[in-house]
Design a protein around this ligand. Structure first.
Ligand code: KG4
Length: 339
């Protein structure tokens, strides 16, 4: 008998469903919500409504593309949190309803575990996966953490942001530049054309392995505000250099702490990155380069598995399914970080 897991992700503004059969990805469907573009950020109430509209077609499409029928499913994995509570409730309620209808177990997945375990999404048997223990730099819109991953369900946070996440630093600075939301991908594209040494922004001095990005955001804002006083077209004229310098500063902050973490954990030989910001070209190149120079193996996820997707929820659920680690029907989603 095959183990076939349906994964459902609805923590923010992407409705996604995926099917994993015996550990191999069969389908991964994502419906992004363009409704938020006009507002410069995700509007929670609009996100929940869009999830309600999207969830049935997205799940149906994932099942169809996997070449299976609903009755073939072994269990349903869903994102239980952290995230926007109204959005999470849509995925959670749908997963509960389907599990009752089909008489199959439910698997609650922590969204952050999903990002960390995205390296175990196999598109075929040849996909190379990390070995435990490995270090994961989790950099997303809501979190920046350094995690020692000791098992599929055994993760230890050794450093994290004390204020903004790396993705927020990208998005908030992009907003100051007048770029659309989310600004990370726009900064990435502009940075490719710019000079990363043109502008300097302040870097934090935070003890241990923790991060801070709020000072960088303020420094970026003040630089632009002062320069605009002299030249109202300053941003337009320096767009690419500003983006490249901002991206370099964020990468320097991330790499500085990663280096400290690697030195504090000589037993670690493999470094993985995950979360939306791991889609950034500069971050990917810097991690690959760092690992090569330090004789470490780098695991850089496919871009499709960096931002929110249900394939990572399905694989995290798959490992829970093998352990028979099911959750009760009265489980409630949670908004805040719980790793
Ligand atoms: O992982 P994710 O989808 O959301 C959370 O789970 O929090 O990450 C979204 C974040 C946004 O801040 C977005 O700007 C950022 O990932 N992002 C990027 C890039 N692609 C997405 N940041 C920099 N460069 C990119 N190419």
């Amino acid at each position: 008998m095959n183990n076939i897991i349906l994964g459902i992700e609805s923590s923010c503004d992407d409705t996604s469903a995926a099917v994993i059969k015996d550990g191999i990805l069969m389908s991964n469907v994502i419906a992004s919500q363009s409704v938020h573009e006009a507002y410069g950020g995700v509007v929670p109430e609009l996100a929940s409504r869009a999830h309600q509209q999207n969830i049935v077609p997205v799940v149906s499409e994932a099942i169809k593309r996997a070449g299976i029928e609903k009755k073939d499913l072994s269990a349903i994995a869903f994102t239980a949190g952290p995230g926007l509570i109204g959005s999470l409730l849509v995925g959670t309620s749908f997963a509960k309803g389907l599990s009752i209808a089909l008489g199959i177990p439910l698997l609650n997945v922590n969204h952050l575990h999903g990002h960390v375990l995205s390296h175990f999404i196999k598109e075929d048997e040849t996909t190379e996966v990390p070995e435990f223990p490995y270090m994961c730099l989790l950099i997303s819109g809501g979190n920046s953490q350094i995690i020692i991953v000791e098992g599929y369900n055994k993760m230890r946070i050794i450093g994290q942001t004390i204020d903004d996440a790396a993705g927020e630093a990208f998005d908030k600075c992009a907003k100051v530049m007048g770029l659309p939301y989310p600004g990370g991908p726009y900064i990435d594209r502009l940075a490719a054309e710019g000079d990363p040494t043109k502008f300097r922004f302040s870097k934090p001095h935070i003890p241990r392995l923790d991060y801070s990005f709020s000072g960088l955001k303020t420094s970026f804002l003040y630089t632009l505000r002062d320069e605009i006083k002299n030249d109202p077209d300053f941003i337009e004229k320096n767009k690419a250099d500003l983006a490249a310098s901002l991206q370099k500063t964020i990468i320097d902050i991330l790499l500085d702490k990663l280096d400290k973490a690697v030195k504090a954990h000589p037993e670690i030989k493999q470094i993985a990155i995950g979360g939306g910001v791991s889609a950034n070209s500069g971050v990917r190149a810097a991690i690959a380069d760092y690992c090569e120079r330090h004789n470490l193996k780098a695991f850089i996820p496919k871009r499709a598995f960096t931002t929110d997707n249900a394939a990572m929820v399905a694989i995290a659920g798959y490992f829970k399914y093998l352990e028979k680690d099911f959750c009760p029907l009265d489980i409630v989603p949670f908004a805040r970080v719980e790793v």
